[in-house]
Design a protein around this ligand. Sequence first.
Ligand SMILES: Cc1cc2nc3c(=O)[nH]c(=O)nc-3n(C[C@H](O)[C@H](O)[C@H](O)COP(=O)(O)OP(=O)(O)OC[C@H]3O[C@@H](n4cnc5c(N)ncnc54)[C@H](O)[C@@H]3O)c2cc1C
Ligand code: SF4
Length: 625
Amino acid sequence: MENKEYDVVIVGSGIAGSIVAKTLTQAGKQVLLLEAGLEAGMAFDTEGAYKNYQDYMRSYYTALAKVPNAPYPDVKDAQSPNVLDMAQINGTLDKGYFVQKGKLPFASDYARAAGGTTLHWLGTCLRMLPNDFKMRSVYGQAVDWPINYAYLKPYYEMAEREIGVASDVSDQRYPNVGDDFFGKEYVFPMYKIPQSYIDKSFIEGLAGLEISLNGDTYLPWCTSTPQGRNSTPNEKYRHAATVWNTTTQKLELQAFPKKSDVYVPVGAIWDPYAGQRCEGNASCVPICPVQAKYNALKTLKSAKKEHLTLISQVVATKINIDTSTGNITGVAYKKYEHPDSKNYTEGVAKGKIYVLAANAIENAKILLASEACKNSKVVGCNLMDHAVLLTWGLMKDKVYPFRGPGSTTNIPTFRDGKFRKDHAAWISPIDNWGWGWPTGSPDTDLDHAVSTLNLYGKDLRKHIGDQLSRQLLLHFECEQLPEKANRVTIDKNYLDNIGNYRPVITYNVDDYTLKAFKASKSVSDQIFAGMGVQDYTNYPSNEPDYTTFDKQGYVFRGAGHVVGTHCMGTTKENSVVNDKQQAWDHQNLYLVGAGNMATLGTSNPTLTLAALSFAAAENILKALK
Ligand SMILES: Cc1cc2nc3c(=O)[nH]c(=O)nc-3n(C[C@H](O)[C@H](O)[C@H](O)COP(=O)(O)OP(=O)(O)OC[C@H]3O[C@@H](n4cnc5c(N)ncnc54)[C@H](O)[C@@H]3O)c2cc1C
Ligand code: SF4
């Protein structure tokens, strides 16, 4: 590897890096992919892949706290953040991987293992709305993107094919969006995942309920949620693959050669026939036992092997820059011997083009350690996440949660509207997993019933049956605007086991989002009152992300949507990459992933970052010709 020059060197095998690797190798380019996670995670043969995944499953079964990173190895040489390390900050919070110095902790994590964070994502696959790309011109807030929805639309279709999104277009209804949002003929690769019983009960309860917000009246509605998990293929879906057209110099969705061809769901990487349908195991976060849920290993497995060199246990530390041209000349890395040993060898990987796909926080860290993109004033800045306000209560009748995927329905009504001039928009998924997130149900209910209520035998069974079967949890995932002060930095006083920088994070939530907490809580109160839901929501002041607004206390959670830090923009001063996702200062460096997103909107970011990754791959292929 040391002496070879590849066409492209990619750092990171999450969905962003895997899409670029697959697209480039299938177009005949020689690609080297560096991955920080353990070698075992890179096994694609039946035996190796199955064994490794069963190791993940065993860690999950035995973990006391089933948090997102519970199944995956905690490697000291390539550490991952863990939500269990989050706490209130008093000066500096130096616990686990992140060093936190802001007013509030950044409470999201990611996985540094082959396949990246899609190993433990939920799989919600929403497109951004057209107005999300023009927040400045429509609402006078933040910035406009240099690209718009129409530009991204064909790449969204490629991303939906790659992930294998299950949804019905006829079901999708969003505010301020017309028929051209999907296009009249469009279908998803698979039919929607059936909505749960709890969804159906909630939809019935919500029907006709008038909600007042800022003096306006809304009639909220529910929509089934598009998801990256396998269901029944839609026979009308006609796209076989995304291919590079050398004549048009564009990526295109290629039609199936024969009329009788149909989309085949992509099963587990160890056995294509396992996981071809979601089985309702209900452990999607942190792990789907059968890989019915998409993860990036599926994309990587379908890259062209002859053109792809994969190296794991390699942590990229820095990019080398030719100061006279600004070009990147190599990626410096450390290859560790064992997960936790201090022994490593150093090397430099060389290519014509370099792609950082290590996620928003790790990409920013590598840029800062390299003193790259110096003309930009915002490297590492504008870190964003959805701030998730939860509300929970008991429905009047039994709705039987704790089954199926985490969420199959959402309320999209407040994803866009004139209120965005004043406060954040939000999306409200309806949860299928009871009060698990805020209270630790069902274990805590049992503990409370036995230890506090002193219930046993029949009484205990009746109590638990009555309580658990009526639990309702709503999320209000509120958008956050880019703020320069919310940022990732590095500090030589905070290094990891092999001397690499740990992310030093400064984070807060401003009034634009806090106002949305107040507004969404009032919407929740009206829904609960209208549907007769007994409200159990409470926000204890000792929780990590406790904050106050207008004399009211709120606890919010991170959504795992790590966005910003190398935003796309129109000038090298106000952004890090241009509309081609190419670093302004280094013409052979591309940054991919949610770090490029200029604003966040209300959709979970992965479908958008996947669409952007296809667009980046196309730009790289044009540059390589
Ligand atoms: C609990 C949870 C639930 C989520 N649910 C959803 C959802 O439902 N819908 C949605 O849209 N999004 C969801 N997300 C977010 C989603 O998982 C991420 O947006 C997405 O996986 C990011 O992909 P990525 O390829 O950019 O980065 P990652 O997946 O983080 O991949 C980065 C890769 O780079 C590697 N790497 C890192 N540093 C280095 C280095 N220095 N050298 C070499 N390799 C390196 C890592 O090991 C990893 O393989 C969720 C996140 C969490 C935490
Ligand atoms: S519900 Fe179960 S089978 Fe379906 S995606 Fe989630 S974990 Fe996998």
